[in-house]
Design a protein around this ligand. Structure first.
Ligand SMILES: *[C@@H]1O[C@H](CO)[C@@H](O)[C@H](O)[C@H]1NC(C)=O
Ligand SMILES: *[C@@H]1O[C@H](CO)[C@@H](O)[C@H](O)[C@H]1NC(C)=O
Ligand SMILES: *[C@@H]1O[C@H](CO)[C@@H](O)[C@H](O)[C@H]1NC(C)=O
Ligand SMILES: *[C@@H]1O[C@H](CO)[C@@H](O)[C@H](O)[C@H]1NC(C)=O
Ligand SMILES: *[C@@H]1O[C@H](CO)[C@@H](O)[C@H](O)[C@H]1NC(C)=O
Ligand SMILES: *[C@@H]1O[C@H](CO)[C@@H](O)[C@H](O)[C@H]1NC(C)=O
Ligand SMILES: *[C@@H]1O[C@H](CO)[C@@H](O)[C@H](O)[C@H]1NC(C)=O
Ligand SMILES: *[C@@H]1O[C@H](CO)[C@@H](O)[C@H](O)[C@H]1NC(C)=O
Ligand SMILES: *[C@@H]1O[C@H](CO)[C@@H](O)[C@H](O)[C@H]1NC(C)=O
Length: 726
């Protein structure tokens, strides 16, 4: 999951050592399984459109061919048969290769682990409670939440005042013994270990579901912080829960495919998935890319978290062009915390510290933290620990509080902690160290957190994963950004708010950070736009949101800012009336995949229709996809002249004339031909070509321009990034 954990750094080291080569130790479950057998996913593209087709018997007969009659049934772990075709099975190398050679097989890849990565945030986006909306149409929209389940009793999922469940709904409520669906949570399923239990034991799924579609609940807070009305983007929408990540795991490729297989067939309108892998993999080996392609075919837009591996370049694993990949930004509300030293000096740091001080100054232990530190010395004291995330350790050893320093650039998040704590800039941390060095009995007081109004927001969060796209450099990723820092939303009372197992506080609302939180904000906005334009394609809705953004503050070393925050911060108010849209059809995506290198056989298999590649594959034509953003990838010191054919569809006023406005940039001349587009009717499509000519120096840092089509009312803005290939 893609929530930020405060012990990110430490946990990452330990966990990745234990878990990273994810082999499957279930050999006893199959007679044919030898030592090298692993769990693989066999992807077969679309389902044949033949009524008599039985996916499971086809899967078994394929396995019989490679394993033999006796082993096939034991080897088959899961069949995908509702929305696309494929299965998961335990295979050895030889069996895997035999399957890969079969005509009906598109790809075979190992099962891997994924991570799960107020509503002030909505006001901050310019989306007040009073915004115009049609609750009747909204209540016909179903948001599929693929996550860690949900806490069904949360007030955010109350169904008071909601009409009957939409007729199109084909799902079920199989959330387990004590799990009751209602007219808000209309469906629940679970996968993996969590069979028949969709109750959220992590808090993550409850948080994301309530951000996307939670009801309006007044007077909520986290220990009186951030008090106000909690609400999701579309409070009248319905929620369908697909649980696969839980306290006991289950966050795997196999389960992701199974959840999508069901969600698409159940009839959801939008999917939000705040789960990702550590790094990008080939589209046909990526469960999220595969499933969301089939979702797109059915008109379902998938909002996906970009990941929390920023700010390194190419750190996002959400790279498929049909995904809506979401970065995280700050909002104007921050949680700060004060430390008063014995010498009277006050330092300001971060944390969501709910513990009030009674004014007593507490002794500081002089040495910094380490596992070998004498624990008796910690009792009742404030610990100095330059690393983040030792609060659980300090708490277990009886410390009173902890003062730490921001690490690895994650300096813009306030984490919920289990005891009084403050996280300081390194400069201030050193001040505390020199104070403790300078006196025999150093003491300090840690105050309860306060709210600070940040006028520099939105800024992109330091942890938010970045582009450029590591698979197809010409497709800008991430696409968009939304609030993902210190977001208050519903939570599971059985999950500790700080994430520390020893934290026994029970809360119904909690503050969390991550692209996990920004992703459902976008899902909510997608639903909002869809409630005005139910017939728009996923690409049209995505274009509407991407071309109407608000700017994000940020300069990022040598990377163009757009590689951090995408087109900018989503602006729902404008997104419902974008003027023009950059539409992309399924066939456009297919031609892009052809140019990317997939052959006709694979294309037919994936699409399940007569789609085929029009020309021989040509990687340089991938950029011709009608994406609402342009990446000009060039080599330094080499003259270039690159053309980007585009087309826009008029969805604004019947009669409209748009003029192209290009922001000038050094060393690259960008022109648009024609630079005036006149429309006579709605749905009319017009083509134009953007040409970039120039040469950039090897010492030049990346930069960006933009193309705005303006009719005086609508300003349809696309980023243009000049990316210098290394
Ligand atoms: C259902 O809830 C009851 C009462 O809270 C509890 O005793 C029981 O163990 C729960 N059952 C399951 C399967 O969680
Ligand atoms: C203040 O808090 C400290 C630390 O918990 C405690 O030892 C002390 O007794 C408290 N003092 C008063 C006056 O409550
Ligand atoms: C830890 O510190 C206490 C108090 O100063 C001392 O009594 C004890 O011997 C120390 N233990 C170790 C293992 O050093
Ligand atoms: C404080 O003292 C410790 C050990 O005595 C030393 O390593 C550290 O550099 C000192 N720090 C400052 C800021 O004076
Ligand atoms: C952008 O953020 C920086 C600090 O990160 C701040 O100094 C600057 O004023 C901000 N700019 C705007 C336009 O808010
Ligand atoms: C976009 O293209 C789809 C076909 O893929 C079409 O159904 C839709 O009407 C087009 N326009 C909009 C605004 O969605
Ligand atoms: C593919 O084309 C053939 C011949 O034109 C046609 O008979 C068949 O129905 C088509 N199949 C699909 C799935 O469109
Ligand atoms: C690929 O397309 C470009 C642009 O149309 C063209 O110049 C080039 O010759 C093509 N390459 C191949 C191998 O067809
Ligand atoms: C469209 O524009 C033409 C010429 O500018 C004008 O004569 C006509 O009245 C306009 N129609 C509408 C519906 O605004």
């Amino acid at each position: 999951m893609q929530t930020m954990v405060k012990y990110n750094v430490i946990l990452f080291l330990f966990v990745s050592m234990v878990l990273s080569p994810i082999t499957f130790f279930m050999c006893s479950a199959t007679e044919s399984g030898d030592e090298s057998s692993k769990l693989y996913i066999v992807y077969m593209g679309s389902l044949p459109k033949v009524a008599s087709y039985s996916a499971t018997s086809h899967h078994l007969s394929m396995l019989e061919q490679v394993i033999g009659d006796s082993g096939a049934e034991n080897s088959l772990v899961q069949s995908y048969k509702r929305s696309f075709n494929g299965f998961a099975a335990i295979l050895n190398d030889q069996q895997r290769e035999k399957l890969l050679a079969m005509e009906e097989v598109v790809s075979v890849f190992p099962n891997t682990n994924f991570h799960i990565q107020t509503t002030r945030s909505w006001d901050f986006l310019g989306f007040p409670q009073s915004i115009k909306r049609d609750q009747i149409i909204e209540s016909d929209l179903i948001i599929g939440v693929i996550d860690s389940g949900i806490w069904p009793e949360s007030q955010s999922f109350d169904d008071k005042g909601l009409g009957p469940i939409p007729k199109k709904w084909k799902g079920v409520c199989k959330g387990g013994a004590n799990f009751t669906c209602n007219k808000k949570i209309i469906g629940a399923r679970s996968y993996g270990n969590a069979k028949e239990n969709a109750r959220d034991d992590l808090g993550h799924g409850t948080h994301t579901a309530s951000i996307a579609g939670g009801r309006e609940v007044q007077g909520v807070s986290f220990f009186d912080f951030a008090k106000g009305t909690a609400r999701g983007g579309v409070p009248s929408s319905r929620i369908a829960v697909y649980k696969l990540c839980g306290a006991d795991g289950g966050c795997t490729g196999i389960n992701i495919l199974a959840a999508f297989d069901d969600a698409i067939a159940d009839g959801v309108d939008i999917i939000t998935i705040s789960i990702g892998s550590e790094s990008a993999v080939e589209f046909l080996n990526d469960p999220i890319a595969i499933s969301s392609f089939h979702a797109m075919e059915k008109g379902i837009l998938v909002s996906h978290s970009a990941g929390n591996s920023g700010p390194n370049p190419s750190s996002t694993s959400s790279v498929a062009p049909w995904l809506f990949s979401v970065a995280a930004t700050t909002i104007d509300r921050q949680f700060i915390d004060k430390l008063i030293l014995g010498n009277g000096k006050t330092l300001v740091g971060r944390s969501v510290n709910a513990f009030p001080s009674n004014g007593t100054k507490i002794s500081i232990v002089k040495r910094s933290c380490s596992e070998s530190f004498n624990k008796t010395l910690m009792k009742g004291k404030i610990i100095l620990c330059e690393l983040n995330g030792f609060d659980e350790w300090a708490f277990q050893n009886g410390a009173f509080g902890i003062v730490s320093s921001v690490d690895l650039g994650i300096n813009d998040v306030s984490f919920v902690t289990q005891m009084p704590s403050v996280n300081l800039d390194l400069k201030d941390y050193v001040l505390v160290q020199s104070y403790t060095n300078s006196t025999k009995s150093p003491v300090a007081e840690i105050l309860k957190s306060e709210i600070f109004h940040d006028t520099t927001s939105p800024r992109v969060a330091s942890f938010s994963s970045c582009g450029p796209n590591s698979l197809v450099m010409d497709i800008m990723k991430p696409d968009i950004s939304a609030p993902g820092v210190d977001i208050l939303a519903a939570y599971s009372p059985i999950s500790p708010p700080s994430g520390n197992s020893g934290d026994t506080r029970k809360v119904n609302y909690n503050i969390e950070s991550g692209t996990s939180m920004s992703c459902p904000h976008i899902a909510g906005i997608v639903a909002y736009v869809k409630s005005f334009h139910p017939d728009w394609s996923p690409a049209a809705i995505k274009s509407a949101i991407m071309t109407t953004t608000k700017p994000v503050n940020g300069t990022y070393n040598n990377l163009a800012g757009e590689f951090s925050y995408g087109s900018g911060n989503a602006n729902p108010r404008l997104a419902i009336d974008p003027g023009l849209i950059y539409n992309i059809t399924k066939d456009d995506y297919v031609q892009m995949l052809c140019n990317y290198g997939y052959d006709n056989g694979k294309i037919k298999q994936i699409t399940g229709d007569n789609s085929s590649c029009r020309d021989a594959s040509n990687l340089t034509l991938v950029k011709d996809l009608n994406y609402p953003a342009i990446v000009i990838s060039v080599a330094a010191e080499t003259p270039f002249n690159i053309k980007f054919p585009k087309k826009v569809t008029n969805v604004g006023s019947k009669n409209a004339t748009y003029k192209a406005i290009i922001t000038p940039i050094p060393n690259v001349k960008i022109t648009v031909e024609p630079n005036i587009l006149s429309f006579k009717s709605l749905q009319e499509t017009q083509s134009f070509v953007v040409t970039a000519v120039g040469r950039v120096g090897s010492r030049q840092t990346e930069f960006s321009s933009s193309l705005v089509w303006s009719d005086g009312t609508h300003n349809v803005k696309s980023p243009i990034i000049v990316h210098i290939k290394s």
